[in-house]
Design a protein around this ligand. Structure first.
Ligand SMILES: *Cc1c(COP(=O)(O)O)cnc(C)c1O
Length: 306
């Protein structure tokens, strides 16, 4: 693997002690600790997407993302480590310029801003041709780093967990991480994805398509729960904020409200509703940045984590 980033693997697995869990045991898989800049699941996804054989001959990587995209930030860092030029096609305006984009630029990424209509054409070959006319040839990395190759890196998360477990829970954006986890599970284990988006009707079929493309068949060991989006992507509710404040007080950890916070909120809600059988061991995948209380750096500021 050519991605010469300084990563910490395997990521730690730690039990969460919280009386609200009753007879359910929850283990946190701390993928947020894999790398300080390339947030956990983005590194997992890029590992094989940027494998030597995949990018052979490429001099430039191009990808798509929103202005707060952890994936865009991760690709810039990966490109720097691989010695490749990177271009980020960003939905929206140049202002406000935020720390995610500033970090990407510091790692040498060129940002190309497009309006929403153009961004919707991100899978369209005609748009790719226009971009090739402007920038020369590039290796295209899809939005969120999600492709069949991303699944393999996420399946490795499961392989790293030595303690027996029944269920693994993760936040869902594009569904690539969930799909990868599902392909890595043993018989009797299941994966639940907590959707961070509202009304994303194609998510189930997206995940099914990725899994089928990878393992050649559909799997029935996963599902997506869409009850915990709190108004939609990057939206938050008072209830979610209260949960996160309380979680911080109890555990000295402040999960981001966009992904990990919604996942933990959903998991706790399912447990208190009796939807998780007593005695079950559940792994909660911490896919990205969590601030340790008292050491909240700007990198961890919640508005940066989308
Ligand atoms: C991108 C991201 C996700 C969503 O992953 P998908 O594979 O797109 O579903 C979840 N958590 C964090 C921290 C992320 O940055």
């Amino acid at each position: 693997m050519a991605l010469a980033l300084d990563v910490r693997l395997p990521s730690p697995v730690v039990e969460l002690h919280d009386e609200r869990l009753g007879e359910v045991r929850v283990l946190l898989k701390r993928d947020d600790l894999v790398h300080p800049v390339v947030s956990g699941n983005k590194w997992r996804k890029l590992k094989y997407v940027l494998d030597d054989s995949e990018i052979a001959g490429a001099t430039t990587l191009l990808t798509f993302g929103g202005a707060y995209s952890n994936h865009v930030r991760a690709l810039a860092a990966a490109g720097l480590s691989l010695g490749l030029r990177t271009i980020g096609v960003i939905r929206g305006q140049e202002r406000p310029f935020n720390d995610v984009l500033a970090g990407a630029v510091a790692d040498g990424m060129h940002l190309h801003y497009v309006d929403r209509t153009t961004y919707r054409r991100r899978r369209d070959a005609a748009l790719h041709d226009e971009l090739r006319a402007a920038y020369g040839d590039f290796h295209l990395v899809p939005e969120g780093g999600t492709s069949v190759l991303a699944l393999r890196g996420c399946a490795e998360i499961v392989a790293e967990i030595e303690r027996p477990f029944d269920m693994i829970v993760c936040p869902v954006g594009t569904g690539g991480t969930l799909a990868g986890l599902a392909t890595g599970l043993a018989g009797g284990q299941s994966a639940i994805g907590i959707s961070t988006l509202k009304g994303a009707v194609s998510l189930d079929s997206d995940v099914d398509r990725l899994i089928s493309a990878d393992v050649g068949t559909s799997l029935r060991n996963w599902r997506i729960d869409s009850r915990f989006h709190h108004g939609g992507f990057a939206r938050r509710s008072r209830e979610l904020d209260a949960f996160l404040d309380d979680f911080d007080v109890r555990h000295d950890l402040r999960p981001d409200p966009v992904y990990v916070g919604k996942m933990l909120f959903g998991l706790f809600a399912m447990i208190s509703a009796g939807e998780v059988p007593p005695g079950a061991v559940v792994v909660a995948l911490v896919t990205g940045p969590v601030a340790e209380s008292g050491s909240r750096s700007s990198r961890h500021s919640p508005d940066l984590i989308v």
